[in-house]
Write a protein that binds this ligand. Structure first.
Ligand code: PLP
Length: 302
């Protein structure tokens, strides 16, 4: 029988079905929540949480950007996540820490409003149905938010209205996902993924200044690729560089490493998952499941 499932809510394990908010909740009305997305992979009979410390740090940094006092230390949040995976008896899952203004008074002000912290851990498979054969993308007419408007380095709920508009547009035109440009016309990222391209044996990915979320998978891929002897350049790039790439792929906790085989109807490289993509994807799988111990401190076994 499957174990009863819980949500960690303000320090207590609450029945999954009872973790509810009021319709007037500030963060539901105004998109003022912040969150994280973390994965745990099955490693033998245990769950291997990938880069837990880095995800918790990013959650705390997002809170800092938005002046939210979470009321929990890094260690307390880390212990809560580990405790929840144990309590829900999960061997693989997606973990969603979420902090929100738990207040039903109308008005944008956040002053004096209670902040609640919740953590969910649920079984999770592929983010993209077509991950295996590679996905198609469309360059979005919606530009990526920039830090003069909303901080792109923060993982905040409101940012994802921008992402959702881009995804909806891409899907309406028959593509699987969007690629967003900065307001200056450089490639930024996907709605919930960072992007890389390979050409002539080198890997390129947009830099922090291209209004990206500083992805933890992006950082992982940079480190794996460099260890394997690739030159990785973080630099601004024009959209047409994507069209003439040998290989193109997204990275993300949800997306993992997803090949992109078409952009704006143009076939990328051979139109199939390329050898660099495959090499890095396989290496990522080895790492997250704890089989490759090269970066062993990235894996927390529960
Ligand atoms: C906008 C955006 N970019 C990139 C990423 C990839 O980041 P990570 O690899 O840390 O999951 C995500 C997912 O969290 C995202 O939401």
């Amino acid at each position: 029988m499957a174990a009863k499932q819980y949500i960690w809510l303000n320090g207590k394990f609450t029945d999954f079905g009872n973790a509810k908010v009021h319709i007037l909740t500030h963060s539901l009305q105004y998109g003022s929540g912040i969150f994280e997305g973390i994965r745990a992979y099955q490693s033998g009979s245990r769950a291997a949480v990938f880069r837990l410390g880095d995800h918790v740090k990013r959650f705390i940094n997002t809170a800092k950007i938005y002046s939210m006092d979470l009321g929990y230390s890094e260690k307390e949040l880390t212990d809560a996540i580990i405790g929840l995976i144990r309590k829900n008896r999960l061997q693989q899952c997606y973990i969603r820490p979420f902090a929100y203004y738990d207040d039903t008074r109308i008005g944008l002000s956040t002053e004096g409003k209670k902040i609640s912290v919740a953590i969910a851990a649920i079984p999770f498979g592929n983010y993209f149905q077509n991950k295996g054969k590679g996905i198609s993308c469309k360059i979005s007419s919606w530009k990526r938010i920039n830090s003069e408007i909303l901080p792109p380095h923060a993982k905040a709920s409101g940012n994802y209205r921008n992402s959702i508009l881009a995804s909806q547009e891409a899907k309406a035109s028959g593509a699987d996902e969007a690629i967003m440009l900065t307001t200056n016309g450089y490639v930024a990222e996907g709605p919930g993924e960072n992007i890389f391209f390979a050409r002539d044996g080198k890997l390129m990915t947009p830099p922090a200044s291209s209004d990206i979320l500083m992805g933890i998978t992006r950082d992982t891929i940079i480190k794996i690729a460099e260890e394997k002897g690739f030159i990785v350049e973080e630099r601004e790039m024009h959209r047409e560089e994507l069209y003439i790439a040998d290989e193109l792929f997204f990275t993300g906790t949800a997306a993992e490493l997803t090949p992109i085989v078409k952009v704006d109807g143009k076939k990328i490289g051979s139109g199939k998952t390329g050898p660099v993509t495959k090499l890095l994807s396989d290496a990522l799988t080895e790492l997250v499941t704890g089989k490759d111990t090269a970066f062993h401190d990235w894996v927390t076994l529960v």
